[in-house]
Design a protein around this ligand. Structure first.
Ligand SMILES: Cc1ncc(COP(=O)(O)O)c(C=O)c1O
Length: 438
């Protein structure tokens, strides 16, 4: 099928939706228009290809497929098995893990399954604190992870604002966790997984890496690879990896800490996902994961990931020239964490101000933040989505300048209007989903 024919499928689908349920269609169209007309700089977001979008809207959504390929609890799964095996094979080719599970519905559930596979309630885990860049599911008290397990948290050094491995080691030795979690949601630097592994080995803990944010960079070999090092690696599929909303888990086959157990680590992970925490897998999304993984196997994907980093580095330079303070002084990856109190704004004010000019970022705590989580000192932004849209050096420089002009002139409505016009002019040159009718 050609791209043109695929496009017709989508257009046809939305036309049916429009005829049958105008309210729902209008919501979808309004969101499409928002995505088209704004600068999407939320570090955890991206735009999937039309092929991924179409795979996610296939009839595979109709099928119950509890279990795994070849071992389902329902009949009629011969094609579903093909879809899931395709996703597993492509993930294995891309990441080279000994075992891959493509069923987790989300990153949070992937982490939940990883904990269920390795821990009992009350067991001790060492993870990065939310305040220093970790994720809620790394043991925050309001998350089930923090309620079920006994999490201890490491942070970053006050001086460098980077992971302090002396602290990680000291905490690991003191608390003897069963699992050490590496990986983050708001950490602009590369993470040294080998150092984490050495500490895990010293205290007899599993190493679990949550590479949700950096999976695309890892796939392109532009970030140290956790898969050869860690026992378990979880990832979302929808951030830098540019797939549908969902997740995957990679692991070693052997449970090196419990070789005597009847189940190996791969079996423990699979039964933690199903029936441990999930029922029927979202096979339409698994098909879309397969499509995204095939895209990630193309040489153009590595070039795309390199451009993400190049674009982030350009923003780093422009932000620093404009007097913004960057957490850890800059970035090595796709994201930047900016302390906006340096320009007399709070994170919430900066988020709202930028959104009023069609630039989307999120407010974010910075390490050692003295402000409240609902209105912290920082904003977090990334370059994956704009890079997908096609913005390169020339355009990202413009974006960086507009960004700083808005933050430095928060009440200058005329300037904001002018910038909004310029953003609209720029984005016209980089149409988003032009095949979908407005
Ligand atoms: C590091 C990390 N892990 C897990 C998650 C959770 O993913 P999801 O929102 O799909 O549950 C996120 C989401 O932002 C994340 O950044």
């Amino acid at each position: 099928m050609t791209v043109k024919q695929f496009s017709r499928t989508i257009i046809g689908m939305l036309d049916t939706l429009k005829q049958q349920d105008l309210t729902a269609w209008e919501i979808a169209q309004a969101e499409l228009s928002r995505q088209r007309n704004g600068l999407e700089m939320i570090a955890s977001e991206n735009f999937v290809s039309l092929a991924v979008l179409e795979a996610a809207s296939t009839v595979l959504t109709n099928k119950y497929a509890e279990g795994y390929p070849g071992k389902r609890y329902y009949g009629g799964n011969q094609f579903i098995d093909q879809a899931e095996n395709l996703a597993i094979a492509r993930a294995a080719q891309l990441f080279g893990a000994e075992h891959t599970n493509v069923q987790p519905h989300s990153g949070s559930q992937a982490n939940q399954a990883a904990y269920l596979a390795t821990l009992n309630p009350g067991d001790t885990v060492l993870g990065m604190s939310l305040a220093c860049g970790g994720h809620l599911t790394h043991g925050h008290p309001i998350s089930s992870s923090g309620k079920i397990y006994h999490f201890i948290h490491y942070g970053v050094s006050k001086e460098s604002e980077q992971i302090d491995f002396d602290e990680v080691k000291a905490l690991a030795k003191e608390h003897k966790p069963k699992v050490i979690v590496a990986g983050a949601s708001a950490y602009p630097r590369q993470i040294d997984f080998v150092k984490f592994k050495a500490i895990s080995d010293e205290v007899g803990a599993y190493l679990m890496v949550d590479m949700a944010h950096i999976a695309g960079l890892v796939a392109a070999k532009l970030h140290p690879d956790p898969i050869p090092v860690a026992d378990i690696v979880t990832t979302t599929t929808h951030k830098t990896l540019r797939g549908p909303r969902g997740a995957m888990i990679f692991c070693k086959t052997q449970d090196r800490l419990h070789l005597e157990d009847k189940k190996n680590l791969a079996q423990k992970i699979d039964s933690a996902v199903f029936p441990g925490i999930q029922g029927g897998p979202l096979e339409h999304i698994i098909l879309a994961k397969a499509v995204a993984l095939q895209e990630a196997l193309q040489p153009s994907f590595a070039a795309y990931q390199q451009q993400i980093i190049t674009n982030a580095k350009i923003l780093e330079t422009i932000f620093l020239q404009n007097g913004l303070r960057l957490i850890s002084g800059g970035t090595d990856n796709h994201l930047l964490l900016v302390d906006v109190t340096a320009v007399n704004l709070s994170g919430k004010e900066a988020e709202n101000l930028l959104a009023s000019c069609e630039i989307y970022v999120n407010k974010n705590a910075i390490p050692f933040d003295t402000r409240s989580p609902m209105d912290p000192s920082g904003i977090r932004l990334g370059t994956a989505a704009l890079t997908t849209r096609g913005l390169k050096e020339t355009e990202i420089k413009l974006v960086g300048e507009w960004f700083c002009q808005i933050l430095k002139n928060p009440t200058d409505a005329a300037k904001h209007d002018q910038i909004k016009k310029e953003i609209a002019g720029l984005l016209e040159q980089f149409p988003l989903y032009p095949q979908i009718n407005s």
